[in-house]
Structures are given as C-alpha cells and as structure tokens.
Design a protein around this ligand. Structure first.
Ligand SMILES: NC(=O)c1ccc[n+]([C@@H]2O[C@H](COP(=O)([O-])OP(=O)(O)OC[C@H]3O[C@@H](n4cnc5c(N)ncnc54)[C@H](OP(=O)(O)O)[C@@H]3O)[C@@H](O)[C@H]2O)c1
Length: 297
C-alpha cells in the first residue's frame, strides 16, 4: 500500500512510520515538509505521492496552550483534517485520522468507559477543535476511520512520563504532587502504531476507540513507570483543584475499544505491560534524555 503519514515528526507519527514500513511504501512528512493547513501544499503532495491511505497524526497537542492560541489550534485540529478529508475524497484515498478522549466531558462515573457512540461534550479548546476536525472528516468523505486514543507516550516527543522522569532526576529529594482524580489509559505509541497497521487491512469505517486495556490515575501511572525504570521518587497524590491548569480535563478519560473488539481487531494490551516494555526497551535513552534536559535547564 502507498501510505502518506502527516505529522511524521511527532511521537505517534514516528512510530507509525517505523512500524508500517515493512510491507508498505510509506512517506512520512514532518510539519515543515507538509503543513496540513495549507491546502495548496497538501494538493501538491497528493499529486506527487498518490497515496492510497493517508494517516493524519498531525495535531496541535499542547492542550493548555490551545486555550490562548485558539486560532492556530482550530487551524491545525479542525481546518487541517477538513482539507485532508476533501482531498482524500477527490482522489479516492482512505483517511485514517487520530483523535482524542478529550472530546468527552468525563462525567461518567469511573470506571464506566466511554463507547464510540456516546455523546461528546469537550471541556477544552483542544477537545473542541478535535471534535470539529472529526465532524469535518465525517462530512467530507465515506472512507474514513477516526481512531480516538488517549494519554499517549513514546520516544518521539515530550509526554507525561518523560516529564515525571525529568522532574524526578532534576531534584531527587523533591516531593512531586501528581493528580490522582483523573483516570485514563496510558497508551504506548508503538502499540498504537501496530493497531493502526492492523486496521490498514480492514474495511472498518467511522469512529473506533484504541487505548491500552485497563486504566489508572496519572499518579498511579507515574508511580508504576518510575518503579519500572528503577528510579526512586517521592510522589504524592493530589486533587485536580490543587493543580490548576488553563485547560479543563475530563475526570474520566477511560475509552472502551468496543468496535475493535466486536470486529475482532483489538490488538491493544494492558497498560502496565506496555509501560514495562517501554521502560525496559528505552531505559538508557530515557535517562540520558532526562539528564540532558536537566543540564540545559
Ligand atoms: N499526546 C497525547 O497524549 C494524545 C492523547 C490523545 C490523542 N492524541 C492525538 O494523537 C495524535 C498524535 O499525537 P502525538 O502525541 O503524536 O502528538 P505530537 O507528538 O505533538 O505530534 C504532533 C505532530 O503534528 C505536527 N504538526 C503540528 N501542526 C502541523 C501542521 N499544521 N501540519 C503538519 N503537521 C503539524 C507537529 O509538528 P511540530 O512539532 O513541528 O509542530 C508534531 O510533529 C494527535 O492527533 C493527537 O491529537 C494525543
């Protein structure tokens, strides 16, 4: 298959590029190689590459920054997917688009998970912009798959687990307070890329949820990760209201991979298994990166 990946410099984009390469012809474009908000540029790339499948991993993912930078946030997360959707329809390409748990308000009582057809009600500008992006795609073409995921971590860019490690190593004796009343599923980009690969051969359309199995709070996830890394830390659970952020986040971000299960296509595994593998496979690189950032600070 001839595949174009947008947002190829991000953590999921990179893992999709490396995992999909065997058996497919993959072109992964970074934001400087292809800006999805630039319709003319997207059209030129489509003409050059003639992709059968486009995987949109590009997004404005700085959730708190989106509250201030609304215009850019909507351009990347709403207008960009619309441009991709229209062009995919014109040339007959399939569009696989990545979306988020933040389209929900998280008011379901934990541990009840969100299903694909549950009503959306985003709390943040980021969530709103991603929802508009989903809607624009659904209105533009029929052959699309929206993959909603959550709480991503990988080697490709910054994420929660890397931040916790960096802060811990920066000041080993320091107590870190971590939110313990928001629940979700830490999801490894390498595993999600494998899931996307499994979906390439399917004819599923519409929305699917794809997160790791099981759930934790941010605090529980951080404790588990640092133990897996063999790094001692002083972590203390706290409530969201003790750690105010510009963007409101859902208290319940637990998604059920219901449609993947029904279609017998779910390749996701328990979050603990993947956090262990991530730590084991990348321990040295993660420590080096965290220490280098500490020196730069
Ligand atoms: N991270 C999470 O926890 C999380 C949770 C749920 C869902 N998701 C979704 O999962 C997907 C992948 O996220 P991720 O964590 O891999 O994000 P990421 O690491 O921040 O990567 C996003 C990439 O998109 C690129 N990008 C930004 N604006 C662009 C534009 N106009 N045109 C083309 N590329 C552009 C960025 O490039 P620059 O760095 O050069 O700007 C970056 O490389 C996104 O759709 C995101 O909304 C993420």
């Amino acid at each position: 298959m001839n595949i174009l990946i947008t947002g190829g410099g991000g953590q999921l984009g990179r893992d999709c590029a490396s995992r999909l390469t065997s058996g497919h012809r993959v072109t992964a474009c970074t934001s400087s190689e292809l800006d999805i908000t630039n319709a003319a540029q997207v059209q030129t790339r489509f003409s050059q590459l003639e992709p059968e499948v486009v995987i949109n991993c590009a997004a404005y993912t700085a959730v708190d920054q989106c509250e201030q930078d609304r215009e850019r946030c909507f351009a990347v997360n709403s207008t960009g997917p619309k441009i991709l959707g229209k062009l995919c329809r014109q040339v007959g390409s399939r569009l696989i688009h990545i979306s988020t748990d933040y389209v929900f308000d998280g008011k379901k009582v934990v541990p009840e998970p969100y299903l694909e057809d549950d009503p959306t009600n985003p709390l943040s500008i980021y969530g709103k912009s991603k929802l508009v992006g989903e809607q624009a795609i659904a209105e533009s073409l029929e052959d699309y798959l929206i993959v909603r995921t959550a709480w991503l971590y990988g080697m490709g860019s910054g994420n929660f687990l890397k931040t916790i490690l960096r802060l811990t190593l920066a000041e080993p004796g320091r107590t870190l307070r971590i939110v313990n009343d928001q629940f979700g599923s830490l999801t490894w980009t390498t595993r999600l890329a494998e899931q996307v690969k499994a979906l390439l051969g399917s004819d599923l359309t519409g929305i699917v949820h794809a997160t790791a199995e099981g759930f934790s709070s941010w605090y529980e996830g951080a404790v588990f990760f640092l133990q897996a890394m063999g790094v001692e830390a002083r972590l203390v659970p706290c409530a969201s209201e003790e750690y105010p952020t510009p963007a409101h986040r859902p208290a319940n971000s637990i998604l059920k991979n219901a449609r993947l299960m029904q279609a017998d296509l779910n390749t996701m595994v328990p979050w603990q298994q993947d956090v262990q593998s991530f730590a084991k496979q990348n321990r040295e690189a993660l420590l080096q990166e965290a220490l280098a950032k500490k020196e730069q600070a």
